[in-house]
Design a binder for this molecule. Sequence first.
Ligand code: WT7
Length: 653
Amino acid sequence: MATTGQNIDTLFLEERRYPPSAEFAAQANAQPSIYEEDFEAFWAREGTERVSWFEPFTKLYEWELPYAKWYLGGKLNVSYNCVDRHVEAGLGTRVAYHWEGEPEGDRREITYADLQKEVVAFANALKELGVKKGTAVAIYMGMIPELPIAMLACTRLGAPHTVVFGGFSADSLSGRVNDMGCEVVITQDEAWRRGTTVALKKIADEAMKDSPGIKKCLVVRRTGNEVPMTEGRDHWYHDVRGSDDPASCPPEPMDAEDLLFLMYTSGTTAKPKGIAHTTGGYLVGVSSTHRYIFDIKPEQDVFWCAADVGWITGHSYIVYGPLCNGATSVLYEGTPDYPGKDRWWSIIERYGVTILYTAPTAIRAHMKWGPEYAQQHDLSSLRLLGSVGEPINPEAWIWYREHIGGDRTPIVDTWWQTETGMILITPLPGVTTTKPGSATKPFPGVDAGVFDERGNEVGPGGGGYLVLKRPWPAMLRGIFGDDARYRETYWSKYDNVYLAGDGARIDQDGDFWLLGRVDDVMNISGHRISTIEVESALVDHPDVAEAAVCSRKDATTGEAIVAYVTLKGSAEPSTAKLAELRDHVAKKIGAIAKPANIVFTPELPKTRSGKIMRRLLRDVAENRPLGDTTTLADAAVVSEIQSRAESESSDDS
Ligand code: WT7
């Protein structure tokens, strides 16, 4: 029953349950007893089992609110852990990456022995350009093998990096370069994207005009097209590539708390925050979560995290987690629908991918295109699926399981953030009974809760603010250069707990249901309703592929719900369909959540990482000029929606 008040109401009732199969449970890396281990024992054991230390840590952690340190006194090197030690252990012939370029037939297989040579040669080139321990390096590249190689080369030298996603503009790049104080930019001539090229080096040139601190630019050849080179500053990688003999460039011993990288994450309006991650705790956190949540068996699995290395997901689960665990991964350069909508499924078939990790936005795109593309390929190698980035609508979860997972594979819906560095709330396959739409339980050694406005823990069935009550190894060590903003953003609402900024509820079994960003919660006649519940009710209709809802001001109800809906390939928008969808929401979750308006649109406005931008939809719904649109992936989508919203409201009146 919904109650009025400050907390978030619960309307959506999802009753499907998926217990683990006996076969999966028997072979799983995680066994139920994993939840019984105490916090300190768990992280101390993981700290020694996952990572090799040059010098062991002497203290597990130190918690001086709001800053934590982990594995104090420990010395280690990330590239040694991710590469050299596997070769030393005789695993040099194991494939680290099956790389698939966007142009068809463009492939490279990189073993751990190859990776060691490439990382050493790259690190020697960086040394030649003056990079040493502590030099900040910006990396602006597409999804080519030299991207993880460049990151690992930085870690070998102890040079902190910031990877800037290749879809960002010159301004975004120079802003990050200047904030971190980078001296070197690593880029490539151009990147492939949907059969055309993106001029990365040219954009980097623009950025460097506004970044006087840059001394050197290292350029990897990818497309081979002509690009401008500035004498003295710019160097082709193939000209300065160094010796690939590991003895020529031993890995630098780093302190557990030395800065490993910054990952910038945009606030809604203000300048991006440089989220700081350090060496020891981050590596333990990502390798531990990767091992248990993805049930990694490095000798047999082929893991594919289909994100971009330019986001935290790619850092943690394409590069550092999988390599630290000695796993085999797929690295794919292109988009899911180029040249055909079956591209992903052909990749899974070719490499025998066993574990796929992707985002709800991608799953909904495949839903929109239809299951026939997946049906053209043999996906029987898959044994586990993962989701990350947004709440997953139950229908998208079911579609993913049926059409991609052959109604056989467990799904892990993993909640985390750029700030958390590692997955924090997630099922463990083989242990957890999953529920479509729920990220289920905190990972072992993670203490999460849901608070009301006043900072009291809400009971089962209640909704409120997601908080973390204890530090975890991969947690951010602050916002680079901005202590005040760090305290204000994450630590000012409540004393002593980390505020994630997401709404959540806990059900009777103690399972967490993520409700989206708290800024997006709507207030309809005094009921606090989360966007995800209404969206999931819409996606539950067989004709709907994707939906985004927001609220606009309303004279009687305070706020009224506006829904933007993308139909599946075969369905047609009509007035009848509109009424049908409104009724469907009323039936599914209650009349209170019935959208006042529905706008049909072929696409929704999203950030470059695929998150729906509800803030812009609110601007459209209230006929306001649009707020900051710089993080929007495709600006044309919003003007399209604006014109559809206008014609819809005139039909209405
Ligand atoms: C925000 C963090 C974490 C890597 C990718 C995104 C949302 C993420 C889930 C999930 C519901 C999720 C949250 C979170 N989010 N995963 N499984 N269920 N919401 O990193 O860009 O820092 O975004 O993504 O709102 O706060 P990010």
